[in-house]
Design a protein around this ligand. Sequence first.
Ligand code: NAD
Length: 259
Amino acid sequence: MVQKVALITGSTSGIGLGVAMRLAQGGHNIILNGFGDPQKIQWTANSIAEMYKVEVVHSNADMTKPEEIEKMVHMAQNSFGSLDVVVCNAGIQHVAPIEDFPPEQWDMILAINLSSAFHVIRHAIPMMKQKKWGRIINIASAHALVASPFKSAYVAAKHGLAGLTKTVALEVAEHGITCNAICPGYVKTPLVDNQIADTAKARGISPEAVIRDVILGSQPTKEFVQTTDIAELVAYLSGEHAAAITGAMLSIDGGWTAH
Ligand code: NAD
């Protein structure tokens, strides 16, 4: 059987790494992407390859740089001869009131959380069209559906990612390609850990109160969403049985957006 190839942006940490491991477990060759200590990344790539008997390569393409994104997508063609599954996951956060929100943080969040998906998708689609098969999965957020104060750039980018997902789904529907967005609630990753202090400052409350009242307060289950839960959904969407799911916003948020 020919092995499928999956590219996951921002997969050296958190959700992206969990997704990469799950797709490797399903037999996909993997293109990892993201920042970090090169030795640690190489160790991670080797471990995944060994554990699941697949090939794993790493691209350090910066998701703010369209020309590096293009090279990364073509790395799939050069390393493995195809690209079947794309997971647009790279993302950052900045928490501040709108009047204090640094314009350079706005630009960076829009570039990484939204525009990078546009560039990945536009370069991946021709390869997928050729094969008449493809799966595009955008890791959006509950913030693609509802807002929270002090996260103007993140909420704007994630709502934009929802719009991009639906548009691409319509454009490629007759080519055997699906495009969906997963909308997680809070997952305990470095992205969440790093925003606790700023959220406490913006709201004038303690870090403990941020976790209890803001983070878990949004989620009726009062539990963090697990990275593995998201990875399983990605695996399902990447498979044959998900052919009719396209243009969907799939919530996995402990009931947050049922409010
Ligand atoms: P994380 O901080 O653990 O991982 C982010 C990844 O993106 C890392 O691999 C990092 O190296 C990479 N990255 C950052 N800037 C980059 C750049 N310029 N170029 C290339 N790679 C870059 O974060 P996470 O929580 O795993 O978040 C992953 C995605 O899930 C994000 O899009 C985030 O918005 C989304 N999400 C997270 C949560 C949550 O609660 N953690 C909830 C909903 C959605």
